[in-house]
Design a protein around this ligand. Structure first.
Ligand code: ZN
Length: 74
């Protein structure tokens, strides 16, 4: 199963854990989420999520996010 990242806030949907906030059971694949499912952090729709293929890419994405976040703080 694949990890998906929210393009808006950087939240990760991890099928291994599901989404407790929206009562999504663990082991629920992103494709199996209800069409009205939204990001528990920012309310983005499924369309605004993108698939993460490799662990390296996850690391890179997190680094990018940290940089953007730091810029906002200054
Ligand atoms: Zn989000």
């Amino acid at each position: 199963m694949d990890l998906y990242a929210c393009d808006r806030c950087g939240y990760y949907y991890d099928p291994e854990y599901g989404d407790e906030e929206n009562r999504i059971m663990a082991e629920t694949d992103f494709s199996q989420l209800p069409t009205n499912w939204v990001c528990p952090e920012c309310g983005a729709t499924k369309d605004e999520f993108r698939k993460i293929d490799y662990e390296e890419e996850v690391d890179a994405y997190e680094d990018d996010y940290d940089l953007v976040y730091d810029d906002y703080e200054e």
